[in-house]
Design a protein. Structure first.
Length: 275
């Protein structure tokens, strides 16, 4: 674990903050305030969280339910050994945004037609507060109905990660991602862009901790990963071992189809000779 590299006090209660290398948003161990570092000074930011509502046993049960559901799961997967089930509170920046994109280009699916216009959309955009990690942030549906103000007294279970990206950095990344997202949405109207410029206005934003269970299981001697949301048990991401089940099913279907074709051909030949 990285050593404490700086000495700062909480901007709200004045208690010393434990800051590790690379951290830019630090939760105070005494009052629970989220301190956002800007220009070598800390400022308090709005901080909420989603409390974990599922025990380790309940998460493992949910994992086995996921493993046993659906035809794409290989046989016996629900009996896999679960070697890890760790609760981590991941930091997210969540921003309310208004976005306006001016575009021009060509629509080529019906000849060559010039198109231009303005597209406006509002998003609640999420940015992972860590610089590394493969957590699918945009695919993750935050159960905002369970959000409450953060309480240090209740944050006992699991590991809580501080943010490595301050608010300004998170907004800059959000701008880039929203620009790419707007361009991808406009691909229905434009085949070849000449211009595409997005302007983003940020409204209310907050620093949010979400409970995520990281699990690992072994199937067929190989390790696989599973990620489950701790508030409602929603599977965020899961690795599915390769299986020849669909391959066997396809072979059976092809064999039946071949037999039917052979019967039709034989019947046609027989009718020809009978004439």
């Amino acid at each position: 674990m990285a050593d404490v590299v700086e000495s700062f006090n909480c901007a709200k209660c004045g208690a010393p903050l434990k800051i590790k290398s690379g951290e830019a948003v630090v939760v105070c161990d005494y009052c629970g305030s989220a301190n956002n570092l800007r220009e070598d000074k800390f400022y308090i930011v709005r901080h909420s969280w989603l409390p974990n509502k599922l025990s380790k046993d309940e998460i493992i049960k949910r994992a086995r339910e996921w493993m046993s559901g659906g035809m794409i799961m290989p046989p016996g997967m629900e009996k896999s050994e679960i070697t890890k089930a760790e609760l981590v509170y991941l930091p997210l920046w969540v921003f309310k945004t208004k976005n306006k994109t001016d575009y021009s280009g060509l629509f080529l699916r019906e000849g060559e037609k010039k198109v231009s216009g303005t597209e406006q959309m509002d998003f609640y955009w999420k940015i992972l507060g860590r610089r590394q990690g493969d957590f699918p942030v945009q695919e993750y549906k935050v159960p905002l109905s369970a959000k409450v103000p953060f309480s240090i007294e209740e944050a006992m279970e699991g590991t809580m990660l501080n943010g490595e990206m301050n608010e300004d950095e998170a907004k800059e990344q959000a701008k880039q991602e929203i620009t790419e997202h707007m361009r991808s949405l406009l691909a229905e109207k434009v085949d070849k862009f000449e211009t595409c410029e997005t302007k983003t206005e940020f409204g209310e934003g907050e620093f949010l901790h979400v409970p995520i269970w990281f699990l690992e299981f072994v199937y067929g001697g190989k390790p696989y990963k599973l990620v489950i949301e701790g508030t409602n048990g929603e599977v965020v991401k899961g690795e599915i071992p390769a299986s020849d089940f669909l391959g066997r099913e396809m072979k059976i279907i092809m064999a039946i189809a071949a037999a039917l074709i052979l019967l039709v051909v034989c019947g046609f030949v027989a009718m020809t000779f009978l004439r």
